[in-house]
Design a protein around this ligand. Sequence first.
Ligand SMILES: Cc1cc2nc3c(=O)[nH]c(=O)nc-3n(C[C@H](O)[C@H](O)[C@H](O)COP(=O)(O)OP(=O)(O)OC[C@H]3O[C@@H](n4cnc5c(N)ncnc54)[C@H](O)[C@@H]3O)c2cc1C
Length: 518
Amino acid sequence: MSNSVRKIVVVGGGAAGWLTAGVIAAEHVTGDAAGISVTLVESPDVATIGVGEGTWPTMRRTLGKLGISETDFVRNCDASFKQGTRFDGWHTGSDGDRYYHPFSLPLGYATTSLVPNWQARRQRISFADALTTQSHVCAHGLAPKQSGTPEYAAVLNYGYHLDAGKFSQMLQRHCTDVLGVRHILDHVTGINAADDGDIASLDSKQHGLIEGDLFVDCTGFASLLLGKHYGVPFVSRKDALFIDRALAVQVPYPSSDSPIESQTISTAQSAGWIWDIGLSSRRGVGYVYSSGHLSDAAAESELRAYIEPSMGKDAETVTLRKISIDPGHRREFWHRNCVAVGMSAGFLEPLEASALVLVELSAEMISEQLPVTRDTMDIVARRFNDKFRYRWDRVIDFLKLHYVLSERSDTDFWVENRERDSIPASLAELMTLWRRHYPVNADFSQIGEVFSAASYQYVLYGMGFETVSGPATPRQLPEAQAQNMFAENAENTRKMLAGLPANRELINRIKESGLRAA
Ligand SMILES: Cc1cc2nc3c(=O)[nH]c(=O)nc-3n(C[C@H](O)[C@H](O)[C@H](O)COP(=O)(O)OP(=O)(O)OC[C@H]3O[C@@H](n4cnc5c(N)ncnc54)[C@H](O)[C@@H]3O)c2cc1C
């Protein structure tokens, strides 16, 4: 193998494979025969996971970078706008127990904090309702922008709900037709090592040897290159996150003009939670649960009961798809000339849609730091591993926080989730700090956190956490000024409710006449 890194081979054609191939190709493929090439090989025999329908706002930037028009994306992927997550029944499980984790930052977040002032009002108004307009907009099923707002621009921050199968197909078309990615539809049957231990080539059923300088393992749960070939150990995180099963189902809308929810809905159940994602064409619903706390049959009954109000008698017979989940990640993600992205690197329950955002961040770092020669690859690999080990740990902390804050005691699942030895030490430490000061970005050691302090604030204060204020800090606002800001938020909310279209209305307009280019 020559020392230069020019041939990049991505194995796997799910969302991880196509996003990574696209991000690298958009940046590096020039069409010059001596330049960088990206080849994606995917098996016709192994289906993609086909779930994974909620994204973060980062997806707007990623799609923009790939040169995909938002209008085409909305039309081709049955996409809708996601403005955050609504958590039902997570805090106490009592009637009306509900809070929002919206994507827009709390009012004043960049320069000050209204947390202490809000705490004095917490009995009267929820944190999200007092500090954003977005929870109100979500509650009314409205869109985060108007039909005149250009592509990818926002009135309120948003990500997407999308059809996973259609998304991969659209990425495939765009990557091959526009970005110059070579597509090989073939099953990889073997991996050939060079003398130094790097991967030299892959064996495939129909296309023979596929050679490369850098191999990106996007083979999903199979983890063919990093896991099976290199034997990089899997680090189970079931000690903290108990969920290891999913049951998924597609639910039709009663009519073509049914309203579309503005956020993912996550409803707590006896041993996990149900996701409910509204696309433009249908809903995607699924129960993720702990098999250590609930039998598959009982989980099935809970899911069927959830969809019964929408599906009537059909809820009893509709086919549910069962997926096993192993919560955790590989000990390292980049080994020699192989880097894993997507579920081949690891997977955690989709509580905050963290999987696709980690794919986007991985693809971005590989592309930005693409080693020009093999000599620098180990340095990039070490940095990548350090960064992503940290990121997986922070995601685990953030997901676990939702369980630790719950006061539900109706089943062992909820009680055991609060047991001390199931709580990562890093999370316990942060929660101790936050008893004394509200979360700020300086609490975290890296820039570019997956979840900012704003996300922690929404979940902590949405679930009843109390920060015992010390003496007023210079950042703290005088009460009169805070009062004005809360009034401003209420006024802005009135304007948003009057000015934003319903989700369905905006999507119909995009389908008819498209959005203005950015
Ligand atoms: C229940 C559930 C819910 C989820 N919800 C969300 C969510 O809301 N938000 C979110 O961000 N993420 C979510 N995810 C995760 C998300 O689905 C994945 O991160 C995303 O789809 C990427 O998957 P992937 O490309 O890594 O793997 P896959 O889609 O499984 O693709 C694997 C690819 O590898 C190929 N392959 C395998 N073996 C071979 C071989 N021998 N030769 C050649 N090719 C091979 C297959 O053909 C396939 O193309 C969810 C996942 C699950 C399980």
